[in-house]
Write a protein that binds this ligand. Structure first.
Ligand SMILES: Cc1cc2nc3c(=O)[nH]c(=O)nc-3n(C[C@H](O)[C@H](O)[C@H](O)COP(=O)(O)OP(=O)(O)OC[C@H]3O[C@@H](n4cnc5c(N)ncnc54)[C@H](O)[C@@H]3O)c2cc1C
Length: 457
């Protein structure tokens, strides 16, 4: 298999590094890349890591000086049972592919992040969550089994009952237990491809939290899009959208003939002349104001497509370029229930710092799963993205880290690009167990990413 050297970043476009790029077409080819070699022979001595569609914001799918194994060619759906919704596919299959294949028979992905341009392998490795976490949990809850290539090249089929440790170290384990090559996933039954959506505009953080709590009881999907720059009486004002898949009778008569219509379609690109640095505190303040004002005070039962409801950012192919050449940092925390004061404080810190977060999303998590490094846990989650060159950003994020640790929370490994290793260890109580298991499965330390090196994962 030929390989070439490439320069890679994550979706945040910071911290580029170079690695050998391998794109195996079969599990057997991939296994050869994971056969242990003496450290002095070749790039594998600098580590090997899997890469899906590169939608992690950070350097989780990079390996400086080593080998990055792309799953781009491991992209076949092997079987989809229209009666049960059980799908067997290769790990490079994207969630969009699963939607295109499943929807005609009434099946949707059980959990969808804010983009469908994510592979099954990436969804397992980050144990991704969506707007339905409060009822559906994260991705691994719907994973029946996976085939993984371990360091050394052994191929193993793993189910939760057969091998709970490897299962839960891999779900959320950021590619550091092996290369997932195939998975069996239980899809979710839906009656149409549209959603009935309620929208509520909230005046402040208290109303935002109260509305989310109330809507979690009645809707399968909920999220608040917040104005990160609002302050004073308007601190934490948001637009809360909540919904469920519609029934055929909810559709306009003209759409009932094709209730599962789903056209991902062509996506617009950010034009090359787009001025770098257009995302700043002034433009974001204007955009937030316009977006907030445009939202109705309350609207019930609006029909929305999957794209509008779940993946609004996918409409623009490379929207991450609007932050300019400096890229941007995502910060996402989870704080336990009972820490509402800390949630409010985090909004104060962000708005006082005048940090222009373009996408600021607050949501409540339900029950977490046993993933050693799985991120979601019952409580509140806030995601921010801020241009990396924002003045004072390091100080702001450091303050947020302290708030999160004191409140018993954690940051998300699919997004973090700067938390210190000792701080991360305070956030993830099962990190020591994860490292121990890694040492057993990978005594030569073959699997490594830029992220794992920084954090000693
Ligand atoms: C616009 C946007 C919105 C997002 N919204 C959400 C959200 O709502 N919820 C959420 O949870 N996440 C969200 N994310 C993050 C994203 O879902 C995760 O980072 C996901 O892991 C990306 O998958 P990928 O295929 O792009 O993987 P990559 O980014 O390429 O890799 C991510 C990690 O998975 C590992 N990996 C990839 N493939 C394999 C494999 N076959 N075997 C083993 N390890 C593998 C890599 O080594 C790496 O550690 C969002 C990202 C974007 C860009």
């Amino acid at each position: 298999m030929s390989s070439r050297t490439v320069r890679l970043t994550g979706w945040g476009r910071i911290a580029p590094t170079r690695a050998e790029w391998a794109e195996p077409a079969t599990a057997a080819d991939a296994a050869r890349l994971l056969e242990t070699r003496p450290p002095e022979t070749g790039a594998t001595s600098r580590g090997v890591i899997a890469r899906g569609l590169g939608r992690s914001y950070n350097n989780a799918a990079q390996c400086e000086g080593g080998v990055v194994i792309s799953t781009a060619r491991l992209n076949r759906i092997i079987e989809l049972d229209p009666a049960t919704g059980l799908v067997t596919c290769e790990a490079g299959v994207s969630l969009e592919q699963l939607m295109v294949a499943g929807l005609p028979a009434g099946w949707f992905v059980p959990v969808s992040p804010g983009t469908r341009q994510v592979t099954v392998g990436g969804a397992i490795a980050a144990d991704v969550h969506g707007k339905n976490h409060h009822v559906a949990g994260s991705f691994a809850r719907h994973l029946r089994s996976f085939d993984i290539l371990l360091p050394g090249g052994e191929l193993r089929t793993v189910t939760e009952p057969s091998d709970p440790e490897l299962f839960w170290a891999t779900a959320g384990g950021m590619g550091l237990t092996g290369l997932v090559v195939r998975a069996v996933i239980q899809l979710k039954r839906v009656a149409t491809s549209r959603l009935r959506v309620d929208t509520v505009r909230t005046a402040d953080i208290d109303e935002t939290m109260a509305t989310l709590a109330e809507h979690d009881r009645t809707f399968g999907y909920t999220v608040a899009w917040s104005d990160s720059l609002a302050r004073g009486a308007g601190l934490g004002r948001s637009v809360v959208t909540s919904g469920d898949f519609a029934e055929p009778a909810d559709l306009p008569p003209a759409d009932r003939a094709d209730p599962f219509a789903f056209r991902p379609g062509a996506r617009l690109g950010v034009p090359a002349w787009f001025p770098p640095g257009l995302i700043n505190r002034y433009t974001v303040a204007l955009a937030n104001e316009a977006w907030y004002r445009k939202a109705p005070r309350a609207r019930h039962g609006e029909l929305q497509t999957i794209g509008t409801f779940f993946h609004p950012l996918d409409g623009i192919r490379n929207w991450n370029r609007v932050y300019g050449p400096g890229g941007f940092r995502q910060y996402q925390y989870a704080l336990p229930f009972g820490q509402e004061t800390a949630v409010r404080r985090s909004f104060e810190l962000v708005s006082q710092a005048r940090a222009a977060s373009f996408v600021t999303v607050l949501k409540r998590f339900g029950q977490g799963d046993p993933g050693f490094l799985s991120f979601p846990a019952p409580g509140w989650t806030l995601a921010l993205d801020v241009p990396a060159r924002t003045r004072g950003l390091a100080g702001l994020l450091g303050s947020l880290d302290r708030l999160v640790v004191e409140a018993g929370g954690r940051v998300y490994l699919a997004k973090d690009s700067r938390v210190p290793a000792d701080v991360l260890a305070e956030m993830y109580p099962r990190l020591a167990e994860f490292r121990k298991l890694r040492a057993e499965f990978d005594p030569d330390g073959m699997l490594a990413s830029d992220l794992s090196r920084r954090l000693g994962l």
